[in-house]
Design a binder for this molecule. Structure first.
Ligand code: FES
Length: 104
C-alpha cells in the first residue's frame, strides 16, 4: 500500500496520516488510532488492519499493509455484503527478506 492510499475508507484516513499519528502520539493501544480522524469507527473493516499497523509500529518497523488498494477496497465490499473477511491483515507479518536462499 502506498502512503497516500486510504486505510480507513469510511473516513478517508490515509496510511500516511496513520503513520504520522503513531509517530507523534505513540498510542499504547491500537484502538486509540480512532483519535486520528475517526479511523476505524465506521464499518469496522479497517480495524484488524489498524491493529496490524499498530503492531508493526510497536515492533519498530515502518507500518505498511501488503495488499493493493484495489484488493483492499474489494475485500471491504465483500465484507459489507457477507460479513466475512477474506483479506488478511497480517500478511506483512515477519520480515521475509531475511530468507534469501541461493535456490538450491
Ligand atoms: S473502513 Fe475504517 S471504519 Fe470502515
Amino acid at each position: 500500500m502506498d502512503s497516500d492510499d486510504h486505510v480507513c475508507l469510511c473516513f478517508r484516513v490515509s496510511l500516511r496520516k496513520i503513520r504520522a499519528y503513531m509517530k507523534r502520539e505513540d498510542p499504547p493501544v491500537a484502538s486509540l488510532i480512532s483519535d486520528c480522524l475517526d479511523a476505524g469507527t465506521g464499518c469496522q473493516w479497517c480495524v484488524p488492519f489498524l491493529k496490524e499497523l499498530h503492531r508493526q509500529h510497536e515492533a519498530g518497523i515502518e507500518p505498511d499493509l501488503k495488499v493493493s488498494p484495489q484488493e483492499y477496497a474489494e475485500g471491504r465490499l465483500r465484507y459489507h455484503k457477507t460479513g466475512e473477511r477474506d483479506v488478511e491483515a497480517g500478511e506483512a507479518g515477519d520480515d521475509g527478506a531475511a530468507r534469501d536462499g541461493a535456490g538450491g
